[in-house]
Design a protein around this ligand. Structure first.
Ligand code: ATP
Length: 271
């Protein structure tokens, strides 16, 4: 097992934000963390990329407790794209992507020829090579997000931790990013809001609700109408992709409307 969360708990303000979470990510697999707003996804991921120390429990990398490793050593193995990833300095795109090499660098040396080739390849893969000379301050939200993924790839991590990587991305770039991850051989733990993208991209899905793991398994095992209703409070119909068989949730917005507006005055309702 490359990555294991063992009885991971995070408490703050007298409450468990993550409650004894156990989760394994096997080598080369993509595990999606889904759950309602505030269910603890980002908090759990923050423990994995070491922005947060768990109150109890541990994150193991190849069986070793991360807290026993130097930050720099775990950063060589685990790259993260986070909600807090910053691009507020007036750096060019290629400078930001090059920062991914920092955990591997000894001192402040220029990139080697191999590292420059790796940077170019990552920028091309994320479709940002044409922006190489641009200041990151001038990028759109989706362009910036793709630059941050390129930076994470340049790090050559064994494990990629992604918090909502498809944020800001248009549909083409969402599909390209997730299909790239599927073929990359990387071990990936990613929070995703879009259950259909999670179903299409992930080998396994873990569902968090109020800090606790309530289901884990393949997308077909986990994404049932019963589970989605119980955890998200939404009625869905599940269909299956004609070729891959992946589950796909369809939402009936007309059916949801009356239940979501219990206090609407009668004249405001459609007959
Ligand atoms: N430092 C903190 N102190 C108190 N509460 C916190 C702290 N950090 C996070 N929380 C709370 O912990 C809960 C879990 O937050 P978290 O960001 O992990 O959820 P999430 O599942 O990633 O949500 P979202 O889908 O909205 O991004 C939320 O209710 C949040 O308000």
């Amino acid at each position: 097992m490359v990555l294991s969360l063992r009885d991971l708990s995070v408490e703050a303000a007298g409450r468990a934000l993550v409650d004894r979470l156990n989760l394994d990510v096997e080598a080369g697999r993509i595990v999606g963390l889904v759950g309602p707003n505030g269910s603890g996804k980002s908090t759990a991921l923050r423990c994995v990329y070491r922005a947060l120390r768990p109150t109890s429990g541990a994150v193991l990398l190849d069986g070793t407790d991360l807290t026993s490793l130097k930050l720099r050593d775990s950063a060589r193995s685990i790259a993260a794209l986070t909600q807090e990833s910053q691009t507020e300095l007036d750096f060019t795109v290629e400078e930001v992507v090059a920062l991914g090499r920092a955990p591997h660098a000894r001192g402040n040396h220029p990139l080697t020829a191999r590292e420059r080739a790796l940077r170019r390849e990552s920028m091309e893969r994320l479709d940002v090579a044409h922006l190489a000379e641009r200041s990151v301050l001038t990028l759109s939200g989706g362009e910036r997000q793709r630059v941050l993924v390129a930076r994470a790839l340049v790090q050559e991590p064994r494990v990629l931790v992604l918090d909502e990587p498809t944020n800001h991305l248009d549909v083409r770039h969402q599909v390209e990013l997730l299909s790239f991850l599927r073929g990359s051989g990387l071990t990936v733990l990613t929070a995703l809001h879009d259950l259909n993208l999670a179903a299409a991209a992930c080998d396994r899905i873990a569902v968090l609700s109020s800090g606790s793991l309530v289901a884990t398994g393949s997308p077909t095992e986990v994404l049932t109408p019963e589970l989605v209703r119980k955890v998200f409070g939404v009625d869905v119909t599940v269909v299956h992709h004609p070729r891959t068989g992946a589950p796909h949730l369809i939402y009936d917005l007309t059916a949801a409307a009356p239940a979501a507006l219990p206090d609407a005055p009668p004249e405001g309702r459609h007959s």
